[in-house]
Design a binder for this molecule. Structure first.
Ligand SMILES: [Zn+2]
Length: 393
């Protein structure tokens, strides 16, 4: 079984939007209530408390108006969060905030209660909601669940999770040697490939970021003007509570909308770049880089954190898989940048990230650090294909 989600824009009417907002609120409310009870129980008895949403419905009758499956899914999510906490994989589960948390709820398909038609999506309890079905759900697939969400700019989306039977999977292709591409993640460029071409994030993303910085500056000046003094612990005392300052709230929303726009643009660009590669190559070789580790080391922080290479990689992976093509992830410890791609000798002094160009001491070839690394990844990828008995011509 392959699982795939398809996200559609919803155009609910006023009553439907109200219903969605109610469900978002109830999902958040029940999460916080159950979390509070479980946490108190854990603090006194050091044991997990079993709770269900049904228990709260008498005390808080408005919960009955929401989709009951949405509440059941919150229970599952919360249990998962606690399991992760007990197994020490994460910290304590956190409360959800009306202002900061993503407004969403997830419901399940029970014998067609969730369905995608030509121009609408059917959801439990409210029926058909107008939607733009920009892409059809593959034939023979089964709808598992649907997640409705609202963005900060007030748009509604529905992500439909489907299960596609494994026999619908594209057959694996025969790889052409010339269509194997090595991609080296580069902090200066987005990536450098084994043919020497680079991809840079388009400059209009920078333009948006300038806009964002300006808006943030404006907000901080507005807040500054509303502060009467700082107390000893540098906690500001506001002349008026921030919730009442409508212009500050408006500015906050503006910033949230710019953030949303930037992330949409980046998302779109990642899709286009990965589509180009997925259509023109048979196999792509990437390094399994630890993006978190890389951002911590050196001063590459910002450039690495926000340029969405991980996102790009996920998009590339599923686009390749759809066509029966290969994505080969090379081990993190493969010394891609230290090997000479011409003669194969190892030159450890090049490990230093500051070395951009170097000359091989054995064969005398002058290398660009990133291109050389990409070529090495490509060679390693072809080797991996051979050892896995995958035909390369
Ligand atoms: Zn060499």
């Amino acid at each position: 079984m392959i699982q795939r989600a398809y996200k559609y824009r919803l155009y609910p009417d006023q009553a439907q939007a109200e219903y969605f907002n109610k469900c978002f609120g109830c999902a958040r409310f029940i999460w916080n209530k159950m979390l509070e009870d479980k946490q108190n129980y854990y603090d006194t008895y050091h044991k997990n408390l079993y709770v269900t949403p049904a228990k709260y419905k008498n005390d808080f009758p408005f919960l009955k108006e929401a989709d009951s499956l949405a509440l059941a899914n919150v229970q599952l999510d919360l249990n998962g969060a606690f399991r992760a906490f007990f197994e020490k994989r994460t910290g304590r589960p956190k409360y959800k905030s009306k202002k900061r948390s993503r407004a969403s709820y997830t419901t399940n398909n029970q014998n067609g209660t969730v369905a995608v038609t030509d121009r609408s999506i059917r959801l439990p309890k409210i029926g058909y909601v107008r939607a733009v079905i920009h892409r059809e759900i593959p034939e023979g697939s089964k709808i598992k669940s649907a997640t409705v969400s609202r963005t900060v700019s007030g748009k509604y989306y529905c992500s439909v999770l489907c299960e596609i039977p494994a026999d619908k999977k594209a057959p694996l292709i025969i790889v052409e040697n010339t269509k194997v591409l090595g991609l080296d993640y580069s902090s200066g460029h987005f990536y450098v490939d084994s043919q020497g071409s680079t991809a840079d994030e388009p400059h209009w993303l920078r333009v948006q970021e300038r806009k964002l910085r300006r808006a943030q500056r404006k907000l901080s000046r507005m807040i500054e003007a509303n502060i009467s003094c700082y107390t000893g612990r540098r906690v500001p005392v506001y002349k008026r509570p921030l919730e009442e300052c409508r212009n500050i709230q408006k500015q906050r929303k503006k910033i949230a909308v710019i953030h949303e726009r930037i992330s949409n643009q980046r998302d779109n660009w990642c899709h286009q770049e990965s589509r180009k590669i997925a259509n023109s190559c048979d196999a792509v070789v990437l390094e399994d880089i630890d993006l978190k580790g890389l951002a911590g080391a050196l001063r590459l922080g910002k450039a690495t954190n926000d340029n969405g290479f991980g996102q790009f990689r996920r998009y590339l992976e599923y686009k390749m898989e759809e066509q029966g093509k290969y994505v080969i992830v090379v081990d993190r410890f493969f010394p891609s940048s230290q090997i000479c791609s011409v003669c194969g000798c190892k030159e450890p002094t090049v490990k230093d990230l500051k070395v951009r160009r170097w000359v091989c001491p054995q064969c005398g070839t002058e290398h660009d650090r990133d291109i050389n690394a990409a070529v090495n990844l490509r060679n390693e990828g072809i080797r991996v294909l051979y050892t896995n008995k995958i035909q390369v011509i």
